[in-house]
Structures are given as structure tokens and as C-alpha cells.
Write a protein of this length. Structure first.
Length: 80
């Protein structure tokens, strides 16, 4: 399975840990929402790649109703 995701403007607090809601779709078109607490660029990448990634990571979109509602009372149906 492959997912295509984009960060949203929504952040949730679960027991003191903050997660950004990312929304997107699986390769079969199924809409998904994910809670992401950390994203990292591999250490071998040059500084300009790290800087570009950090800049792009701050570009967020408004969360759609699916993404906001996906983490309602008790959050996700599928936890890995």
C-alpha cells in the first residue's frame, strides 16, 4: 500500500503528545487521515535539502471534514 499525504492546519493533543493531522489517499483512492508526530530527512542529505524540506513542511492546507472527523471519539479505526 502507498499513501499520498499532505499536512493540514489541524493539530491534536493525545495525552500530552501533539500530532499534526495529515490527509490524503491510498493508492486505490481510499481517503485517509494520519496523525504524525515527527518527520525527518535522512542525515546523508545535503543542508540545502534539509532547508527546503523544513520550508515545505510549514506549508499546510485546511483540513477537510473527513480528516477532522476521522479522529473523533476514539480516534482511529486502524492503529498500526
Amino acid at each position: 500500500m502507498k499513501l499520498t499525504l499532505e499536512p493540514t492546519d489541524q493539530v491534536v493533543d493525545l495525552d500530552g503528545t501533539y500530532f499534526r493531522v495529515w490527509q490524503g489517499a491510498a493508492d486505490d483512492g481510499t481517503r485517509v487521515a494520519c496523525l504524525v508526530s515527527m518527520v525527518s530527512v535522512h542525515n546523508d542529505e545535503p543542508d540545502h535539502v534539509h532547508a527546503r524540506f523544513a520550508r515545505k513542511l510549514r506549508e499546510v492546507v485546511p483540513a477537510d471534514a473527513h480528516a477532522v472527523g476521522a479522529f473523533g471519539p476514539w480516534l482511529a479505526r486502524y492503529v498500526l
